[in-house]
Ligand binder design. Sequence first.
Ligand SMILES: Cc1ncc(COP(=O)(O)O)c(C=O)c1O
Length: 441
Amino acid sequence: MSGSLAARSLRSVWHPCTQMKLHEEEPPVAIARGEGAWLHDVEGKRYLDGISSWWVNLFGHSHPHIKAALADQLERLDHVMLAGFTHAPVVELSERLAALTGLGHAFYGSDGASAAEIALKMSAHFWRNSGRPAKSRFVGLAGGYHGETVGALAVTDIAIFREAYAPLVRLAATVPSPDARGAQPGESASDVAGRCADALEAWLNEHHHETAALILEPLVQCAAGMAMHDARYLRLARALCDRYEVHLVVDEIATGFGRTGTMFAHQQAGIRPDFICLSKGLTGGTLPLSAVLTTDSVYEAFYDDEAARGFLHSHSYTGNPLACRAALATLEIFEQHDVLARNAVLARTLDDAFAPLTRHARIRHARRLGMIWAWDVATSLPDFSRRYHRHAMAHGLLLRPIGRTIYAMPPYVLDGQAVQWLAQGALAALQATLGEEKSPA
Ligand SMILES: Cc1ncc(COP(=O)(O)O)c(C=O)c1O
């Protein structure tokens, strides 16, 4: 049965981020249902979702509270366009996000890339409305990832995603990443942050007249391979953006909703950004939704008699009531279950369980922030990631390394058995993969 669904999928579905020809060897896994941290395939085999299905799932699959909220919402209102109309879920969600972040105006999109583009457009349009149209360029961090639509690719600095499309894109500038792994002998993570902030300052000093915004992933550049940096960089970047009159856009699409230990990563630096992009965990991993939050002063620059000074952007499903209701249910779970404190305990349990992997002789730069773990592997295997993924799946575990970096970003609901399954499977998959170095398959 799985074979037939996989075969039909290969005939009719173009899968994302995939060289389809590779599926000749390994067909896609047909999943029949998800429950808690587990995905069950059509043949009854189960896989622990160690990466929360591309970092979206927070409280496990098919969470009863979110399901009940969605069922209730379906009885009331499935969708209405948000231009000229409003509804309770979008209003309540906007109020709650404002209370959580201090940014009181929420604009909605459908996915992470659209949120990144909305923030960039809003920033440049703000400067235009403020009589400074030259400020229309952007700067991001080396290795930054903000999505793969043409506008988002402009600030995504990952060669494999960008190369083929570079001629379509108005590339943004990049400044050095404060990735703590880049520390020179004797340097601390905070020193790296300071050095990279100096490079940002040098760049802004020269280009601020034409720069609308700096966009970055706070504390963890996830797609770069869970590159982590010191919170000091965010404080220094905030100060520089203030000094040079450049917006600071924090892309919390992957880091938001408790992933880094606080509700939002930038809060660990005690800063207030001009824009926050949210998606992924916003709906607990059930429905696509994104939001861009911004300040009163940005909002007011668009408030005018003239239509052309308004923010001209829309998606058909902007503010979809079902997605907003899923987001509200997600925030209720945070409130009712003291999630951040419980995650801190779970993370220490996972640290202990991962200790044998962390101590493995081939591991470099073992690191964790909140509920994100990463280990770089010293290996010569060029296709390490694919091989490791295959072995992990054989152990009933969904893990997909980025290059030679294994990482885990599990849902927040692992019980003792799931913790052991994840940690033991991650180590076993490493041993099996390294075993192929001598006898390549
Ligand atoms: C930091 C960050 N920004 C933006 C995106 C793009 O989100 P989406 O895949 O929903 O377009 C991602 C996706 O991984 C991300 O990690």
